[in-house]
Design a protein around this ligand. Structure first.
Ligand SMILES: Nc1nc2c(c(=O)[nH]1)N[C@H]1C(S)=C(S)[C@@H](COP(=O)(O)O)O[C@H]1N2
Ligand SMILES: [Mo]
Length: 273
């Protein structure tokens, strides 16, 4: 675990980002560069993607000015940095919900998640219901990356999971879909946790649905049985305790309408690093 001096020290629950947070995020965007829209799709190496009806829409998803500017910087820097095994943090610090007490979650955990399923629904050709065994049988990707929480700490961990794009291809994304919503099993404070991202981020090669952390099944504290890793994004985008992936054409009608639990409480939706 490393402390970074450009962030507020941790204080338990995440509070709204400060001006300093936003400024330092911006500086790091400029320092490290961000992926360009086309570049991200190139590295997926997907000719097939170009044939799909929604390919143009993925490239065409202009967001707010800051997001567009961030995405336009140094398109060659498409991947998040990956680290060596020696750099893995001894303990991957858990944060936010770490032991969900929701009845449905407790029942699933009691049975070691044998009855857990990931629903893939919404704007898809074929809705899916996938068990952990189903997911483990799909192609896997392993990556050692750094997780940055806006509270001011970072951890390096080794994640193994199925690329989200493999799941999305299996379900078949409809032309009208623009965002992926991640539904979670935990209630944080008074509301269920959820998150969302654009299709371009969902199809990023390092975006995986992770079931292992540091060569062990994902612990409950870190999101068992399945969480998403969006390696170009801040900690709060890394939804844990997944129950469903929903393809939607907009998220204004979901919960507070801002696309995520912390976004509904003031955080930036893009959340890039
Ligand atoms: N379902 C769910 N996902 C979540 C959270 C949460 O409280 N519930 N917290 C977020 C925040 S703020 C961070 S920093 C990371 C923490 O992941 P970790 O517990 O593996 O460190 O999970 C994110 N995903
Ligand atoms: Mo966080």
């Amino acid at each position: 675990m490393t402390n970074r001096d450009d962030r507020k020290a941790g204080s338990g629950l995440e509070g709204p980002p400060t001006k300093a947070d936003t400024a330092s995020t911006r500086r790091r965007f400029l320092a490290r560069g961000l992926l360009g829209g086309a570049g991200a799709l190139m590295v997926t190496g997907c000719d097939k993607l170009a044939d799909t009806a929604w390919f143009a829409r993925v490239l065409d998803q202009a967001g707010p000015a800051t997001e567009s500017a961030q995405r336009a910087l140094t398109p060659t820097d498409a991947l998040a940095r990956e680290y060596s095994p020696a750099e893995i943090s001894p303990v991957f610090r858990p944060n936010g919900s770490t032991d969900p007490q929701d009845d449905a979650y407790l029942a699933l955990a009691d049975a070691d998640f044998a009855d857990w399923r990931l629903a893939v629904r919404g704007l898809v050709e074929t809705p899916l219901s996938l068990s952990l065994a189903d997911l483990r049988q799909m192609p896997a990707r392993t990556q050692i990356t750094r997780h940055d929480c806006v509270e001011g700490w970072s951890c390096i961990g080794k994640w193994k999971g199925v690329p989200l794009q493999a799941v999305l291809r299996r379900a078949g994304v409809k032309a009208s879909a623009r965002f992926v919503v991640f539904r979670c099993l935990d209630t944080l404070g008074d509301a269920p946790y959820y998150e969302s991202c654009r299709l371009i981020d969902a199809f990023h090669p390092q975006t995986i649905l992770a079931y292992d952390l540091n060569d062990q099944p994902l612990p409950i504290a870190n999101g068992a049985p399945l969480r998403v890793r969006l390696e170009r994004k801040l900690g709060y985008k890394q939804a844990k305790y997944l129950s469903a992936i929903e393809l939607v054409d907009g998220y204004a009608g979901i919960a507070g309408g801002k696309g995520g639990y912390w976004e509904d409480r003031g955080y930036d939706w893009f959340g890039g690093i």
